[in-house]
Ligand binder design. Structure first.
Ligand SMILES: [Zn+2]
Length: 386
């Protein structure tokens, strides 16, 4: 098996996922799971991406993941019925991921993830806890003022930061290109907008074809999401693996997208947009940190997820239905990704201090980001930014 063969299978899988999520296609992803697993199993080198594939596309892991992802065979009368029906499968999927990681010599799945991000579990927990403490009082005031609930959270974020009219995503891309000089985006990026569609999604089909899907940008929450996906697109546009050792893995991808998003929003948004984005960021930083702390707890083979869910999330407001824990995709579809969002944003804030100290602006800043982050995205030491 060579690099090109694996890369082709990897991209074909990403393309099929895009078609299902964005275009409403009904591609059978299990076929891609089989191909990727077979290629990874025959690889002599156990590089990080190969290890990841041996877990994520392991036949049993993939079977449960697809079932949960497609809500296959669960009663969908209401969220409570669905969450209760999914519980056993979500627990089983976590156990299977742990077993697949153990087959590779790790203590468990969390151990594999921490090795790949090279951030120690205790460091992650400490930073997330700090974020919670820093943002708690401001977030509580916003929740109270806008009468937010967990059930209506994302809709609330949109409503409380609504713009008078929608922004054109192409204008935002052009502003980013002009400000930072990331001219490649003009040639390789296409944008798909959908009023009711997915909040945000970025995929690399090939070096010359990178796509972003998102909603109409008529509020600061969706603007923030668009800049986030654009940050992924920048990483994809300027990074192509040269060896099997050199893939952009989920931890680096999410962490750096959040970091770049923070810097880009600061440099291209208007004062009013920044003020509204700050509101969303305060609320999202704390939600995602609580979510990250819950995930890490959960992967420590917790037998009572409902109790841990209440323990973490009640820090901010009461939990009516602890059963809802099983619905969150962060342990089935995107396992252990959530912590890299707040950590990446924390790193972005730290980076803005350095950028100001160095007096970096415009294309000089773009070149600096390219040299320090974008071009080194796969090898970079994430912990050094925290
Ligand atoms: Zn992302």
């Amino acid at each position: 098996m060579n690099l090109q063969e694996f890369l082709n299978a990897y991209r074909a899988f990403g393309k099929a996922e895009w078609e299902n999520v964005v275009e409403g296609a009904n591609k059978d992803l299990s076929l891609f799971d089989e191909t990727l697993y077979a290629l990874a199993a025959e690889s002599e080198k156990r590089t990080p991406v190969i290890k990841r594939a041996l877990v994520e596309h392991h036949p049993e892991v993939a079977r449960y993941r697809r079932r949960i992802e497609d809500f296959e065979g669960y009663p969908k009368d209401d969220m409570l019925t669905l969450s209760r029906a999914m519980r056993t499968d979500v627990m089983k999927l976590m156990e299977l991921r742990n077993m697949a990681a153990q087959n590779l010599g790790y203590h468990d799945y969390k151990d594999l993830d921490c090795e790949q991000s090279r951030i120690h579990e205790e460091t992650i927990k400490d930073r997330l806890q700090e974020v919670v403490e820093t943002h708690a009082s401001k977030a509580e005031a916003l929740i109270e003022k806008h009468k937010m609930t967990w059930e209506s959270w994302f809709q609330d974020l949109r409503e409380l930061t609504a713009f008078e009219e929608a922004l054109n995503p192409q204008d935002i891309v052009e502003k980013v290109v002009e400000t930072f000089g990331f001219t490649k985006l003009r040639d390789v990026l296409s944008i798909h907008q959908d009023e009711q569609g997915i909040a945000g999604f970025a995929r690399k089909f090939s070096d010359r074809d990178i796509r972003i899907a998102g909603r109409i940008i008529d509020n600061a929450s969706d603007l923030k999401t668009f800049i986030h996906e654009l940050s992924h697109a920048i990483l994809y546009a300027y990074n192509t693996p040269k060896t099997l050792d050199d893939f952009l893995l989920p931890a680096n991808d999410e962490f750096l997208a959040n970091l770049l998003e923070t810097v880009i929003a600061k440099k291209v948004c208007t004062q009013t947009q920044k003020w509204m984005i700050q509101k969303v960021a305060t609320l999202e930083m704390i939600r995602m940190s609580l979510s990250g702390l819950f995930e890490l707890d959960l992967w420590n083979k917790v037998k009572t997820p409902e109790e841990r869910f209440v323990h973490h999330y009640e820090r901010l407001m009461p939990i009516k239905h602890p059963e809802y824990w099983s619905l969150d995709s962060f342990r089935s579809v995107d396992p252990l990704f959530i912590q890299y969002y707040p950590l990446g944003r924390l790193a972005g804030k730290n980076m803005l201090v350095i950028i100001d100290q160095e007096g970096l602006e415009g294309t000089e800043l773009g070149d600096w980001l390219y040299d320090h982050l974008i071009n080194r995205a796969t090898e970079i030491e994430l912990a050094s930014f925290l």
